[in-house]
Design a protein around this ligand. Structure first.
Ligand code: ASP
Length: 459
């Protein structure tokens, strides 16, 4: 892939992040095998942990304002309440469908392979693992409407924020020309947020390096051995969803070529893998689907942040495989009804949770509670979860991108000249956010540059 050199002529940010990942992996594995006490405690567990945490905090800091302003621009960009309803309905339906298929397939694979059978529960520290009660379906839906939008924003309640923002966007559309200054202000704020994203992203190589070094120093490779069957089945199910199921969805619903998609989505997947956060990856996913694939900016600015919150195919797959694994470990037969409950729970749980690191494991406690499996079992898979989180987040954002492209295409709003151009958007580094380009991305008044037949910037 010939992506990513920016004007400065130096190495692109994507390349630097890749190098950070690779170096972190190598260093982590070495440090784990050497086990030099003070380095592991003070450098990796101290300095690196601090830098990694600061980077993740900075990413989280971006999420709420980013989702708010990009959704306002998305709704205003769609421009018509009826089209918004149709786009929203399609995106929601496809998100639920892909998640349900993902977990159903994962459970079937896990039932056939039966990971965890004959596992001996020994020396597993189950202290401190506490479960979470599952809310009822009705409560989940009732909880979408915030009592107090300020509290929703302060608490980072993504579903409530999305609900409130869409209502605000619809009101904006209903007010027509009168709301133009507000829309312009939202566009400006979106642009400003992109500048902040650019600042945070410039620290990505070092942040990613610290995060990955710490994961591998603390966890090493040996940690995988006891749960190798779980990891093997999970990774297989995740890759199957990524490369087969989602690509079938893409082909069937849009007729587009899966290979083109896979090539163009890679930077977003790499970023999701490094940060383990779908939310933090929103700007990169957005750029990949609009600038590289030609999806409509109005549709994508709506469907990508929406998907980052409600669509978690990879997380659902983890929950399916983990449930079967733990049922086998404890010798409990859940039966068809039990597995159907798991599917329903995982889909519901994925709707109401923000795409941030580690949240999938918290959701798993709800699923286990619901089907009566011991929560302590989570201790078994805790150690490998960070790495699994990285892979499943890449799957999550791929699902968001597939649905965004399908919705754009079926709305007749996918620019095929961009989709078919192997170099479209490749000149710009998707991690290197250029606020001016973002303004255009969100810019309701300025359609996609390629759509206007303007020349692309030179490679
Ligand atoms: N980290 C995942 C995401 O952001 C959620 C999870 O499975 O923990 O999409």
């Amino acid at each position: 892939m010939s992506e990513t050199r920016t004007g400065s002529g130096s190495m692109s940010l994507t390349t630097k992040v890749m190098i950070g990942m690779g170096a972190g992996l190598v260093l982590g594995v070495i440090l784990n095998s050497l086990q030099i006490g003070w380095i592991n405690t003070h450098i990796v567990g101290g300095l690196f942990r601090m830098i990694g945490q600061m980077f993740v905090n900075a990413l989280s800091m971006l999420v709420v304002p980013l989702v708010f302003f990009s959704l306002i621009c998305g709704v205003a960009g769609i421009g018509d309440v009826r089209i918004l309803g149709r786009v929203g309905g399609k995106a929601f339906g496809l998100y639920i469908l892909t998640t349900a298929v993902a977990i159903a397939v994962a459970i079937c694979i896990a039932l056939v392979v039966a990971p965890g059978q004959g596992f001996v529960m020994e020396g597993v520290d189950t202290a401190g693992v506490t479960g979470r009660e599952a809310p009822s379906v009705w409560d989940t839906f009732a909880g979408i409407v915030p009592k107090n939008p300020v509290a929703a924003f302060a608490g980072g309640e993504m579903l409530q924020i999305i609900f409130y923002t869409i209502v605000l966007g619809v009101a904006t559309l209903m007010m027509g020309a009168e709301s133009a200054p507000f829309v312009r202000a939202a566009e400006f704020m979106n642009e400003l947020m992109m500048k902040v994203v650019q600042i945070v992203m410039s620290f990505a190589p070092i942040g990613v390096f610290c995060l990955i070094t710490r994961t591998f120093t603390e966890q090493g490779i040996g940690l995988f051995l006891p749960v190798i069957s779980y990891v093997g089945v999970l990774v297989f199910a995740l890759l199957l969803h990524l490369f087969v199921t989602l690509m079938i969805f893409l082909k069937v619903f849009s007729g587009l070529d899966p290979f083109t998609f896979i090539r163009k989505i890679r930077p977003a997947q790499a970023f999701a893998f490094s940060t383990a956060s779908s939310n933090a990856t929103i700007p990169v996913t957005l750029r990949c689907v609009t600038e590289r694939m030609g999806a409509d900016t109005g549709v994508a600015s709506f469907s990508v942040p929406f998907g980052a919150t409600i669509n978690m195919d990879g997380t659902a797959i983890m929950q399916g495989v983990a449930t079967v694994f733990l049922a086998n470990v404890y010798g409990i037969d859940l039966g068809i009804a039990g597995y159907l409950t798991v599917i329903a729970m995982a889909v519901l749980a994925s709707i109401g949770t923000a795409g941030v690191p580690g949240v999938g494991l918290v959701m798993l406690t709800m699923v286990l509670n619901q089907v009566g499996l011991p929560i302590e079992g989570i201790a078994l898979i805790l150690g490998v979860d960070r790495l699994m989180d990285m892979i499943r987040t890449a799957v999550n954002i791929t699902g968001d991108a597939v649905v965004s492209v399908i919705v754009s295409k079926t709305e007749g709003k996918l620019d095929l000249s961009v989709w078919n151009d192997p170099d479209a958007g490749m000149a710009a580094d998707p991690l290197d956010i250029d606020p001016a380009a973002e303004a255009q991305l969100a810019g309701l008044a300025h359609p996609h540059p390629h759509a206007q037949g303007q020349p692309r910037p030179a490679e």
